[in-house]
Design a protein around this ligand. Structure first.
Ligand SMILES: *Cc1c(COP(=O)(O)O)cnc(C)c1O
Length: 230
């Protein structure tokens, strides 16, 4: 099941990319494995999927102990400042940096561990009260504050748009994130301004996100099926 789901999604990525003139290799699939047993990750690894997204630190620590170093993990959940130690030890990228205090705590911990980390700044592009993420108009200020933190590499922006029945309704939000990233790229806020990461798109709307420039898509249920409790 996981194997055939991955095949379907890879094909869809290729089709969508070629339709809009993008290189399919510029789009990386983050398999969102939250609440999935580690056997599901191992099954995905059998099918050459080595990049995973996790929302809970402890769960990711346990899975990484089993999968070993061939699997890479992105943190995509809400990170608390008191969890930066295990986060810094476990993840290749943290996609959800949305406040300076958190960035500073992470940078301090990385200095102790003697390593750097790739991060994305999470933007609340739909301006939803209940959602994490920095507001679009405050993003530049946050980037300015994070830039001097020498153990963090700001790779790009991430967003979770408002829920929509029709995936087409997410397009304006994806487009807005792309335009914001372009503006920040022109001002040279990113670690590599020739290659800015845009993490957007989930199971229902990743094709639209690709059309709008996503370089990282975060897909869970379309790979692993419904999570327990759903
Ligand atoms: C759970 C989750 C996803 C995956 O959602 P699906 O609809 O299962 O593809 C993507 N991004 C974030 C931040 C998530 O928490």
């Amino acid at each position: 099941m996981i194997l055939s789901n991955l095949k379907t999604i890879r094909l869809q990525i290729q089709k969508t990319a070629s339709k809009c003139g993008r290189d399919p290799d510029a789009i990386r699939l983050v398999a969102v494995s939250k609440k999935c047993p580690v056997s599901s990750l191992q099954e995905a690894m059998q099918a050459n999927q080595f990049l995973f997204g996790e929302n809970y630190i402890q769960e990711a620590v346990q899975k990484k102990a089993v999968t070993g170093d061939s699997a890479l993990f992105h943190f995509i959940g809400h990170l608390q400042s008191n969890k930066v130690r295990p986060a810094a030890q476990t993840f290749q990228m943290i996609e959800t940096i949305d406040r300076f205090k958190l960035a500073a705590a992470l940078d301090k911990e990385l200095k102790l561990q003697g390593r750097n980390m790739d991060i994305l700044v999470q933007v609340n592009i739909g301006r939803e009260l209940q959602k994490s993420g920095i507001l679009p108009e405050d993003t530049e200020k946050l980037l300015t504050q994070i830039l001097p933190l020498s153990n963090l590499k700001i790779r790009g922006l991430m967003t979770i748009p408002p829920f929509a029945e029709n995936p087409e309704q997410t397009r304006p939000y994806f487009r807005a994130l792309r335009l914001l990233a372009k503006e920040m790229q022109e001002k040279k806020y990113f670690f590599d301004n020739n290659h800015v990461e845009l993490s957007m798109g989930m199971s229902s709307d990743y094709a639209i996100a690709i059309e709008e420039g996503a370089t990282l898509i975060r897909v869970g249920t379309a790979i692993f099926g419904d999570r327990p409790g759903q």
